[in-house]
Ligand binder design. Structure first.
Ligand code: APR
Length: 317
């Protein structure tokens, strides 16, 4: 079954148990779960993973909003997604443009302050911690490329040195007129939908150098990837060195992740898509001999990779 769908699990309901229960059950029943078609990694895939671990190429994890769904942060394009629901007054994706920022900086700020307030309340889930464990196992062979701006990877202990934040971060801001490329902390203003900004809060949104408005240090739809802010070249370099790419919780709607996957495949790397729904990357993986599709939630699936690599005696560092 080329482009193997390792397992289509049709009893996800049972998996909606709280994360802790899930983790416990894996340890308890281990392989036995296989008969109920509950585990995700079949023996064929495990063999390839063990083979990969004996090589020297990089393990790279490419993450999207789906990874943080179990932490209570809406994704972008799912039914309750940020781009689906959007802001009170404007079309969703308008809020993610430099053009809108120049026209209505305070409306854009209200929206990003509201999003950041959700992120600040969120805690990393077992999916984030599993990725941190993979970093500990693979050490310098590990890299993380994330589209997420929520900061949960670092809260889960993944290192900044081996991480590429290709869409920026809601932990930083910079001058909206680029009077300098200095990064400032993101204004710590807790903000709920429908609220209004006070004059004192508006003053905290100004660039300390030129007085114009700061902007969130995130990549907007009408902007281009670059190395200075979004690690464009570095992440493409990592793709070339990648032997195994875990694609976690992304719909594949943005271009750099698409290029990264293309590059990994062009170097005969393995790609594994982890997502409860079909998406741009699962469609590609199904067509490739080095492609695997694990249909399920990242918080359910990623711990199994930790188990496989933890017991893999062939790991080469
Ligand atoms: N585990 C794994 N995947 C999940 C889960 C889960 N628990 N829940 C949802 N998903 C999947 C969805 O099926 C969907 O394919 O996560 C994906 C989220 O897709 P998007 O909402 O499009 O988010 P993302 O792919 O990260 O968006 C990419 O687009 O809007 C811009 O800058 C924004 O970084 C973002 C980029």
């Amino acid at each position: 079954m080329t482009g193997r769908a390792a397992r289509k699990v049709n009893c996800l309901a049972r998996w909606s148990a709280p994360v802790d229960t899930r983790e416990a059950s894996v340890r308890q029943t281990g392989r036995a779960i296989e008969n109920n078609v509950m585990t995700y990694l079949d023996s064929i895939l495990e063999e390839r993973l063990t083979e990969f671990s004996s090589k020297k190429r990089k393990l790279t994890v490419l993450t999207g909003a789906g990874l943080s769904a179990a932490s209570g942060i809406p994704t972008f394009r799912d039914k309750d997604g940020f781009w689906t629901v959007g802001s009170v007054n404007y079309m969703p994706e308008e809020m993610g443009t430099y053009e809108m920022f120049l026209q209505k900086p305070l409306e854009v700020w209200k929206w990003f302050l509201y999003r950041n307030t959700i992120c600040l309340k969120a805690l990393p889930n077992i999916g984030h911690f599993a990725i941190t464990e993979l970093e500990k196992i693979f050490e310098d062979r590990f890299r993380l490329i994330t589209q997420n701006v929520d900061g949960l990877h670092f809260k889960a202990g993944t290192s900044q040195e081996k991480s590429y934040l290709i869409h920026g971060t809601l932990e930083k801001s910079r001058c909206g007129h680029e009077c300098s490329s200095e990064l400032y902390p993101f204004p710590d203003i807790r903000f709920e939908k429908g609220q209004d900004l006070t004059n004192a809060q508006i003053e905290r949104l100004r660039c300390p150098k030129c007085g114009y408005y700061l902007r969130p240090h995130v990549l907007w739809f009408d902007e281009r990837y670059n190395e200075k802010y979004y690690k464009l070249d570095s992440s493409l370099r990592v793709a070339k060195e990648t032997g195994l790419l875990l694609i976690v919780g992304t719909s594949g709607a943005t271009t750099l992740p698409q290029k990264i996957v293309e590059s990994v495949l062009s170097k005969q790397g393995i790609i594994i898509d982890i997502n409860p729904s079909e998406n741009y990357f699962s469609a590609i993986a199904r067509k490739k001999k080095n492609g695997y599709v694990l249909t399920g939630r990242s918080n359910d699936i990623l711990p199994e990779f930790v188990e496989v690599f933890n017991k893999s005696s062939t790991l080469t560092l």
